[in-house]
Design a binder for this molecule. Structure first.
Ligand code: UDP
Length: 238
């Protein structure tokens, strides 16, 4: 049997990925589906860290737009990601898999704090680690947290799950002639002004020579195909 292309991955899930077609919150069926996909890749020996977003519950930018202090709103956004992390861990529990949540903000009664060495040990033990509260700092995003934790964990790749199955020459919903890039270099993505991740996240991955694969979690078996190194989504390479 062929071997996975990556030993350790950092999967970035947006909060919206947990919503499914709902307008808000966490759809348990959708979450169970994501958990199944992740469990499938852990069974073939891939170590998985997950950074989870919070956009299904609260976004700092939205709070600021309605008049809140931006940093205060961002802390609320980070707390939203912790709720998602807890829900995701619970779905792993229901699937018989022990996942650990680590939070960049201390809420010790609820989840353990982020401790890099401990997180790496969990990964080595084959446990899924879910990183909540983003970077722990306002004015950042969970994309940046994914680049950061991916770098800290020594991940081989950051996998960014989106609704679209990769990076296209134009928005495929608006332009039927748009084609998907199978691979694209960081430099070309920059020169073409492609929005792969936010700029801070993208710069960190490029500096750390940490490749990114943008793919759709809603395509059946996509995560497994990505980790097997098959043509799925778009690979951004150095
Ligand atoms: N956030 C933050 N610092 C971080 C990560 C997240 O302040 O390091 C806040 C920010 O307000 C953001 C919210 O948490 O809007 C939810 O994260 P994000 O928007 O990245 O979630 P996603 O879009 O992936 O669901």
């Amino acid at each position: 049997m062929s071997q996975p292309a990556y030993k350790r991955i950092l999967l970035k899930l947006s909060g919206e990925a947990l919503m499914g077609d709902d307008a808000y919150g966490i759809n348990r069926e959708v979450v169970a589906g994501i958990v199944n996909d992740v469990v499938e890749v852990t069974r073939i020996g891939v170590e998985v860290g997950i950074v989870i977003g919070g956009g299904n519950i609260f976004r700092g930018m939205a709070g600021a737009a309605s008049g809140m202090d931006r940093a205060t709103a961002d802390y609320m956004g980070m707390l939203a990601t912790v709720m998602n992390a807890i829900a995701l861990a619970d779905a792993f529990r229901a699937a018989g898999v022990n996942a650990r949540v680590q939070s960049a903000l201390r809420i010790d009664q609820v989840v353990e704090p982020y401790i890099r060495g401990k997180a790496i040990r969990y990964l080595e033990e084959g446990r899924v680690v879910i990183f909540g509260a983003g970077t722990g700092n306002p004015f950042f995003t969970t994309d940046t947290a994914a680049a950061l934790r991916g770098s800290e964990m020594g991940a081989d790749i950051v996998l960014k799950a989106t609704k679209v199955d990769g990076i296209y020459t134009a928005d495929p919903k608006k332009d039927p002639t748009a084609t998907r890039f199978q691979r694209i270099s960081f430099d070309e993505a920059i020169s073409r002004n492609l929005a792969v991740m936010d700029a801070t996240a993208f710069a960190l991955c490029r500096d750390q020579r940490l490749p990114i694969n943008v793919f759709s979690l809603f395509k059946s078996g996509a995560l497994k195909r990505v980790v097997m190194g098959e043509d799925e989504g778009t690979l951004v390479y150095c």
